[in-house]
Design a protein around this ligand. Structure first.
Ligand SMILES: *[C@@H]1O[C@H](CO)[C@@H](O)[C@H](O)[C@H]1NC(C)=O
Ligand SMILES: *[C@@H]1O[C@H](CO)[C@@H](O)[C@H](O)[C@H]1NC(C)=O
Ligand SMILES: *[C@@H]1O[C@H](CO)[C@@H](O)[C@H](O)[C@H]1NC(C)=O
Ligand SMILES: *[C@@H]1O[C@H](CO)[C@@H](O)[C@H](O)[C@H]1NC(C)=O
Ligand SMILES: *[C@@H]1O[C@H](CO)[C@@H](O)[C@H](O)[C@H]1NC(C)=O
Ligand SMILES: *[C@@H]1O[C@H](CO)[C@@H](O)[C@H](O)[C@H]1NC(C)=O
Ligand SMILES: *[C@@H]1O[C@H](CO)[C@@H](O)[C@H](O)[C@H]1NC(C)=O
Ligand SMILES: *[C@@H]1O[C@H](CO)[C@@H](O)[C@H](O)[C@H]1NC(C)=O
Ligand SMILES: *[C@@H]1O[C@H](CO)[C@@H](O)[C@H](O)[C@H]1NC(C)=O
Ligand SMILES: *[C@@H]1O[C@H](CO)[C@@H](O)[C@H](O)[C@H]1NC(C)=O
Ligand SMILES: *[C@@H]1O[C@H](CO)[C@@H](O)[C@H](O)[C@H]1NC(C)=O
Ligand SMILES: *[C@@H]1O[C@H](CO)[C@@H](O)[C@H](O)[C@H]1NC(C)=O
Length: 496
């Protein structure tokens, strides 16, 4: 009914419309004009936004709302279909920024907020009333406060709902679980309370669910495992206080062979993936055959890692840091060396109570980009095979007991950007081949037992911005070539 009315409306518009008019409005891509009730709903909504930098200046009383900033109408029915009122994200601090630059960006971000005082007004009109046909609503990064708006409950056509990065502090309202068309649901980075209802199993169209960075607790409902279309579950930084095996069991439903991204990091999870006898408590993790990224870091997980992980042939990222695996590193690398080793790009096992030696098997992870083993008790030398990882970009082995010499072929790591070996027992002079690490910007070798002269080849490291060789036994005159290190913004003067 609506569709055919919309179509009549469209033909009515197109046929009598003289060409010059279309040209003059500059909107030749779309001839639809917005529906009056929806335009008024949006104008009412605008009155309740703060908009200090007037981002919604195109939202004028007599305008065509289909051409307003952030509004997308259906090209046939003219219904407002998508509302994109996301604010650009706040600045992320990085070393290349001055304080002034950072605060200028932060201020610009805050000036762009639509939220702020909106919910202090208790007489919220049902601004959304006319927008039942909305399929996409993005209100992210806006500093909205208070409960998730009950006004949303009639928007049952929504396929994409993004309320992330606000301060919504209610529980997840029950009506949300009846949004059977929802595909992308992002409620991350709010202050949501309470538990997740098992009715979440009703969101059968869901492809991605992000509930991370909230105050949610209780258990993750088993019904999640029955969402056969789900490819992303991001529920990190909550308080699930649950056994990991129980969660993995519940994901063994039809979701298990579709799921690509599983983020359970920093969620107060405990338990083991394998029992004491080496039996796998749950084969479910090995059944996540489509998994691309698994993050279990920042929990209380212990025991050994199951060999079945090594059979996840699509896995590109696995983060297991800040747990209590207390296993031999070589045993872990061995169990991961199945088909997983062909694709893996990110391996984070930092702060995991690991011990033992690194062996040449490290060289099988041909596509590694990031290798993080810092804050463990790994001992012995760095294997020569490490230099055969051509994509390696970030390498952090700091705070271990690594000793011996650095491999002479280290300079083959042409893509290495950051190398951190701080606080180990590496001895002997630095290999000459270091001068070939042409991408290196960050080098920290502080507190080892490195001896010998300051290497002339360092003059080649023209991208270097951070250099710390302090508390070693490096000596001798400063080579002329060091004058070439023109990008340096930090260096430990002990070595100069
Ligand atoms: C309307 O949009 C759909 C999908 O975006 C597109 O396939 C279709 O060709 C468009 N129709 C018209 C009349 O522009
Ligand atoms: C939610 O936030 C509002 C506004 O900041 C506050 O008045 C209210 O007490 C909060 N509710 C809860 C449950 O924290
Ligand atoms: C939602 O729909 C119900 C009936 O379907 C109606 O009574 C109510 O006013 C609507 N609420 C809003 C906020 O539009
Ligand atoms: C979930 O679906 C069941 C059965 O289809 C239904 O009885 C229940 O009311 C639904 N729950 C919600 C919150 O929509
Ligand atoms: C994992 O998959 C295998 C083979 O498909 C199946 O026999 C087993 O029951 C699955 N495990 C779980 C926990 O679902
Ligand atoms: C350096 O390593 C030793 C053990 O090798 C450890 O006890 C110490 O805490 C580490 N220092 C820092 C700053 O992490
Ligand atoms: C490295 O440390 C191990 C003990 O962890 C020791 O047996 C070995 O001799 C050391 N190697 C060197 C070159 O210092
Ligand atoms: C540096 O790389 C070049 C080209 O790949 C190579 O010929 C040279 O031997 C390398 N130098 C050292 C010291 O490894
Ligand atoms: C310095 O870099 C050049 C070109 O990249 C390379 O040919 C040379 O071998 C490097 N020198 C050292 C000492 O690594
Ligand atoms: C430096 O290393 C020594 C052992 O080699 C360790 O005792 C000391 O704590 C380390 N210092 C720092 C600041 O990490
Ligand atoms: C410097 O190294 C020596 C010897 O390894 C160690 O005893 C000392 O604690 C280190 N100093 C600092 C500040 O790390
Ligand atoms: C310093 O850089 C210049 C230009 O890149 C190069 O020609 C010269 O050989 C370098 N000097 C040393 C000592 O590396």
């Amino acid at each position: 009914m609506e569709g055919s009315l919309g179509f009549l409306f469209l033909t009515f518009l197109i046929i009598p419309l003289p060409h010059f008019f279309i040209f003059c409005t500059g909107h030749t891509h779309s001839q639809v004009r917005c529906i009056d009730t929806e335009r008024r709903a949006l104008l009412t909504f605008k009155q309740h936004l703060i908009d200090p930098s007037n981002r919604l200046s195109s939202w004028t009383a007599d305008g065509d709302c289909c051409h307003w900033v952030g509004v997308v109408c259906h090209n046939l029915t003219a219904h407002v279909h998508q509302l994109h009122l996301r604010t650009f994200p706040p600045p992320v601090w990085d070393d290349s920024m001055t304080d002034e630059q950072y605060w200028a960006q932060e201020e610009a971000y805050e000036r762009s907020w639509f939220g702020g005082n909106y919910f202090e007004n208790t007489l919220i009109p049902s601004w959304i009333f006319g927008l039942r046909n909305l399929v996409s609503l993005d209100l992210s990064y806006n500093d909205f406060q208070g409960p998730i708006l009950v006004d949303l409950q009639n928007m049952t056509s929504l396929r994409h709902l993004d309320l992330s990065e606000n301060h919504f502090n209610s529980s997840i309202p029950n009506w949300l679980y009846s949004f059977s068309h929802i595909e992308f649901l992002n409620l991350g980075s709010n202050n949501l309370q309470g538990t997740i209802s098992s009715a979440i199993g009703n969101l059968t169209s869901a492809i991605s669910i992000d509930l991370s960075y909230n105050q949610l607790g209780g258990k993750l409902p088993r019904s999640l495992g029955n969402l056969c279309n789900l490819r992303e579950i991001i529920v990190s930084y909550n308080k699930w206080s649950q056994e990991i095996s129980e969660i993995l069991e519940s994901l063994s439903g039809c979701v298990s062979n579709r799921l690509e991204i599983l983020d359970l990091s920093y969620s107060q999870l405990h338990g083991h993936l394998m029992d004491e006898l080496g039996g796998t408590i749950s084969s479910a993790i090995g059944n996540l055959t489509s998994a691309i990224s698994i993050d279990l870091s920042g929990n209380e997980l212990g025991g050994k890692l199951p060999r079945s992980l090594g059979n996840l042939c699509n896995l590109r990222e696995i983060r297991l840091s800040s747990n209590k695996w207390s296993q031999e590193i070589s045993e872990i690398l061995e169990s991961l060396s199945g088909c997983l080793s062909d694709r893996l790009e990110i391996l984070d096992l930092s702060e995991s109570q690991l011990h033992g030696h690194l062996l040449d098997e490290l060289g099988v992870f041909k596509n590694l980009i990031q290798l993080s083993f810092q804050d463990n008790s790994i001992s012995g030398p760095i294997p020569v095979s490490l230099a055969n990882l051509p994509s390696l970009t970030y390498l952090d082995f700091s705070n271990n007991h690594i000793n011996g010499t650095l491999p002479q072929n280290f300079g083959q790591l042409k893509n290495l950007v950051k190398l951190v070996l701080r606080n180990n027992s590496i001895s002997s002079p630095l290999p000459v081949s270091f001068g070939n690490l042409s991408s290196l910007t960050y080098l920290e070798l502080r507190n080892n037992s490195i001896s010998g002269p300051r290497p002339v080849s360092f003059g080649n490291l023209s991208s270097l911005t951070y250099l710390d060789l302090g508390n070693n036994s490096i000596s001798g005159p400063r080579p002329v070539s060091f004058g070439n290190l023109s990008s340096l913004t930090y260096l430990d003067f002990e070595c100069f």
